[in-house]
Design a protein around this ligand. Structure first.
Ligand code: BGC
Length: 418
């Protein structure tokens, strides 16, 4: 009897495996390796496997994905790209222009993407009017994450402006806590700087500086002020921050070592994975001085040209499932983001996600929606690389001068355009 059971199980295993092979494989390159991110990508994997396809995971750790992009380039140049890769913003156009990406119009038509996606998102996912990538979500970058218990112990007020932030930080430090948890690496520094720059420039000048690359705004007085505040924040992070990953910083807020973190809402994925509830265990609010602004980051999978027919079917199946309501709900609840489809109910989402959707819709109407430069949504890799160098060098040099930094920023951005 036992033998019989065993061989039946073996048969089931063998056939599920060969069915998956027969139905094709999708290799997916991503950098979703933190606790919350891994839960979210697990949703995509499971849903694809439920349809009988095979998922080949190609994860390269590192917030912001610069390590992942380096690996992707090597694979693509050697003629062996994965089926799908997490590529965002203007880079989608660059990869398409080089002829690597496949045309997803038939899937898009069948699945009604044009009816489901906001026009702005459609534009980002298309090259010369054809879909080459599929979006997963909408992340807001300009968030402040707060541990209210630490604020209570320090008798400090949750800040909405930079002067309030510095006043609270003073009290928090005096009470023996770290005011701001920070993952000190070039990407983390740039993500923090973006929130400060947005608060000082406002959406119009932010766009002039980081989208139009306007020299006058890049080195203008508002940018100098942004660098001045950025420098001051350095006093409110701990000396162990260099080299720390963003999710480790989130855990400092979760476990009450630090009071705050400024980070995109993938940080919420960490709170959720730790079983924490907004409004009770933590608070989410716009980064100081950015109320009403929405710094936009969209995760998307760009699809590469493949030869194997079964694998192409698997790739199409992956693309099709990403905009389905169930995936949008379950994935985004784990990821900390909101659905990229604005027609879905937000009822089962938490308070932060509901606030994010509200802010997204309002900012889209008011012209306060800006592409996140730190998350590769505004510029070419070359320009972002130059911005990142100036920002991180400034942040880590105690003697650095804000006025000089703004000038260096303008020069560096210009040099990347030559
Ligand atoms: C991505 C997010 C990711 C975060 C940290 C961002 O650039 O868009 O999906 O969670 O980096 O890894």
């Amino acid at each position: 009897m036992k033998m019989l059971k065993r061989s039946a199980a073996a048969l089931a295993l063998c056939c599920a495996a060969s069915m998956a092979q027969a139905k094709g494989t999708v290799e997916v390159l991503h950098w979703w390796t933190s606790g919350g991110e891994a839960r979210a990508v697990g949703v995509l994997k499971n849903m694809l496997e439920q349809e009988g396809y095979h998922w080949k995971d190609f994860a390269v750790a590192g917030g912001g994905g610069s390590a992942a992009m380096t690996v992707l380039k090597t694979r693509a140049v050697s003629g062996n790209p994965p089926a799908a890769a997490q590529i965002k913003g203007p880079s989608i156009q660059e990869w398409a222009k080089l002829g690597f990406l496949t045309n997803l119009d038939p899937v898009a038509k069948k699945e009604h993407w044009n009816q489901e996606l906001p026009p702005l998102v459609q534009k980002i996912m298309q090259y010369k009017g054809h879909y080459v990538a599929v979006p997963a979500n909408v992340h807001r970058v300009n968030w402040l994450w707060v541990n209210p218990e630490v604020f209570k112990k320090a008798d400090a007020q949750i800040p909405h402006t930079w002067p309030e932030f510095f006043a609270a930080a003073k009290k928090i430090k005096a009470a023996g806590f770290i005011p701001l948890a920070h993952g000190g690496n070039p990407w983390g520094d740039t993500t923090l700087f973006e929130a400060v720059a947005l608060s000082q420039l406002g959406p119009d000048d932010y766009r002039k500086a980081f989208v139009d690359l306007d020299q006058n705004v890049l080195e203008g007085p508002k940018m100098v002020e942004a660098f001045t505040i950025f420098k001051k924040i350095h006093d409110d992070i701990d000396s162990n921050s260099p080299g720390r990953q963003w999710n480790m910083a989130t855990h400092m807020v979760i476990n009450g070592k630090a009071a705050m973190q400024i980070m995109g809402d993938w940080a919420k994925g960490e709170f959720t994975a730790a079983g924490k509830v907004p409004g009770k265990d933590y608070e989410c609010l716009p980064a100081p001085g950015t109320q009403g602004d929405f710094s936009l980051n969209i995760d998307s999978l760009a699809m590469f040209q493949l030869k194997d027919k079964a694998d192409i079917k698997a790739q199409d199946a992956l693309a099709a499932l990403m905009l389905q309501p169930k995936f949008q709900r379950v994935f985004n609840m784990a990821k900390g983001s909101i659905p990229v489809r604005t027609d879905l109910s937000m009822k089962s989402f938490d308070a932060c996600a509901q606030a994010s959707m509200k802010a997204f819709k309002a900012a889209s109407k008011d012209g306060r929606l800006v592409p996140s430069f730190s998350q590769s949504m505004a510029d070419s890799d070359a320009v972002l690389g130059q911005i990142t160098d100036v920002v991180t060098n400034f942040f880590n040099d105690p003697g650095a001068d804000p006025k000089k930094a703004a000038h260096q920023l303008a020069v560096a951005v210009k040099s990347a355009q030559l």
